[in-house]
Design a protein. Structure first.
Length: 570
């Protein structure tokens, strides 16, 4: 049986022209060779499988080629090129720093650098995974790297540039390799398939390219795996998603069609099928987010090139994208993202995702109801537009009496005036257009508006505070436990804060808090008003000066004694 060679090695680029997705770097290196501006040290950094070591070998081969072509490519015919192709070159030395990371290995390399090459002009030293070198090895390497012999060139490669010492970086020309695009990987896989005489579907190659996450070596490894799975003659889309454990495009297209129609029952059944096939809820949400993102990209011809799928799937995305308004897609993405972030902390992940699907199924339904309401409420708009500002002015809260501790510790009743920062926002706005008022009505009338008591409110408030405390947001939880909320009307809640700082912090949390209370109490008309107290709080003396002043006010003889004797505080 012949020795099998994996595609990542068999089709490894041997010229700058054959390198995939790094045209900027290869053109820079070729120009440096053409103009004889080859540096003494290079550092190639970037993700795995994007061509760092490959470009280092091609650069080493090209520098020593005796008959370069007009486009600065090795000839593969001279003695240097032949010895390189046969892995018998004495001018190119490779060191794996992952297993040779000590000072002794670097000292041996430094001793070897002093010898001139036998054939060719340069001795090239390629150090792979250079970030694995120890600090002492880096220090031993510094002087040689800064002032090497004229015939020595160092090419360092790493996936973790941040671990390289700044003194090393300053002595090298740094090239950052980018992740390879999906289309570039798919085209290269199609070329490899043609060389291997394998019939491959375009959708299957795009799935492999997306799964590879910018790494060509990973893509070729998955390609070999799926070819073995399929029998080696034909590579289909269904075989690819089955082998790579990827959810089919069809799942999300059917699911989103159900959401557009407002049929959450069909969406729940589709999600149940996904779980039955062994897929995780987190993977499902990630794919759903990508699907909504692709639909949003299709809304504008300018962003259409950002859609990295085959042409057949792209046309389906464009067709489905017209069924959604951009604002609804943005809301869907936001809801999906929040559910995905909170999924780990959820005790019932399936219920969290099913709740998301139910909410998503109502987005288009609410929008259609809004349009119908707008068309049938023109007289209402005229009445709302002529409403005077005096009719919409919110009532000022009455002063209340609150017990305050005086200096002697005896409680006294003081009149406290309060002013509301959020009450104006919660009442109808005279400057608000009639369209916005109608939209608010249409968005709330489809949701429950159950009545609730003060006891129900206090329980929900306490549960939300406990939730914040469990999430590590103890300061915000403490702000919600300073006092109890007050139920002013059937759906109007007031909460008293002590100072401006607490008011600002709770104002940022207000939207999430109202959303929680609305869901928990099943009343989507709930309004929350944050009210800052303007009471003057008398505090106990703390510093030595404050204590002395308090004693003097209590007993004037102490002040007279201090003046006569000339006493001072230490």
């Amino acid at each position: 049986m012949d020795n099998y060679i994996v595609s990542a090695r068999k089709y490894r680029p041997v010229t700058f022209r054959s390198v995939v997705g790094q045209e900027t770097i290869t053109s820079t290196l070729k120009n440096a060779i053409r103009n004889q501006h080859v540096a003494q040290a290079y550092l190639f950094c970037g993700p795995r499988g994007v061509g760092k070591t490959t470009c280092a070998r091609i650069l080493a081969k090209t520098i020593n080629c005796l008959n370069l072509s007009s486009d600065i490519e090795p000839c593969n015919e001279c003695e240097s090129c032949k010895s390189f192709n046969e892995n018998a070159s004495f001018n190119i030395h490779e060191l794996d720093a992952a297993s040779n990371n000590g000072v002794d290995e670097i000292r041996s390399l430094i001793d070897q650098v002093r010898f001139a090459p036998q054939v060719g002009k340069y001795s090239i030293y390629i150090i792979d995974e250079v970030h694995m070198l120890s600090t002492s090895a880096f220090n031993a390497f510094l002087k040689t790297l800064e002032e090497p012999p004229a015939h020595a060139i160092f090419i360092l490669a790493t996936t973790e540039r941040h671990k390289i010492l700044p003194t090393i970086l300053s002595r090298c020309q740094v090239f950052t390799f980018n992740r390879i695009g999906v289309d570039s990987i798919a085209n290269h896989l199609a070329w490899v398939a043609s060389q291997e005489k394998i019939e491959a579907e375009t959708e299957a190659l795009h799935v492999i390219a997306q799964k590879a996450d910018g790494g060509l070596r990973d893509a070729l490894s998955m390609f070999d795996q799926i070819v073995s799975f399929s029998g080696g003659e034909k590579l289909t889309y269904l075989q690819t998603i089955e082998n790579l454990n990827v959810l089919d495009y069809e799942v999300y297209f059917r699911l989103v069609d159900s959401l557009v129609a407002g049929n959450f029952s069909a969406a729940l059944v589709e999600f149940n099928d996904v779980l039955s096939n062994g897929f995780d809820g987190g993977n499902f949400l990630a794919g759903l987010g990508d699907h909504f993102r692709n639909l949003l990209v299709c809304q504008d011809a300018v962003t259409l090139p950002l859609l990295e799928v085959s042409d057949g799937v792209k046309s389906r995305y464009q067709t489905q994208a017209h069924q959604w308004r951009p604002i609804l897609l943005i809301r869907a993405l936001d809801m999906n993202s929040k559910t995905e972030m909170s999924l780990r902390a959820s005790r019932n992940q399936r219920l969290s995702i099913e709740l998301l699907l139910m909410q998503l199924s109502q987005l288009n339904v609410v929008q259609e109801e809004k349009k119908k309401t707008e068309l049938s409420s023109e007289p209402t708009k005229n009445i709302a537009a002529t409403t005077t500002a005096s009719q919409l002015t919110p009532a000022v809260p009455e002063p209340i009496k609150t017990p305050v501790l005086n200096f002697k510790g005896k409680p006294t009743l003081k009149t406290v005036s309060i002013r509301s920062h959020a009450s104006v926002a919660s009442e109808p706005n005279p400057n608000e257009t009639a369209d916005n008022q109608v939209e608010h009505h249409s968005l709330t009338e489809d949701f429950p508006n159950d009545t609730f008591e003060l006891e129900d409110l206090l329980v929900a408030w306490k549960n939300y505070s406990q939730k914040l405390n469990d999430d590590g947001r103890k300061a915000m939880a403490a702000n919600l436990t300073l006092s109890n909320p007050v139920l002013v009307e059937a759906h109007r809640i007031q909460y008293l804060v002590q100072n401006e700082s607490q008011l600002r912090e709770l104002d940022l949390e207000k939207t999430e808090l109202m959303g929680y209370l609305r869901k928990r109490l099943k009343n989507y008309s709930i309004k929350l008003e944050l009210i800052k107290s303007e009471m003057s709080i008398q505090t106990r003396p703390y510093t030595a000066d404050e204590k002395l002043k308090a004693l003097e006010e209590k007993n004037p003889a102490i002040k007279l004694l201090k003046q006569r004797l000339g006493l001072q505080l230490d």
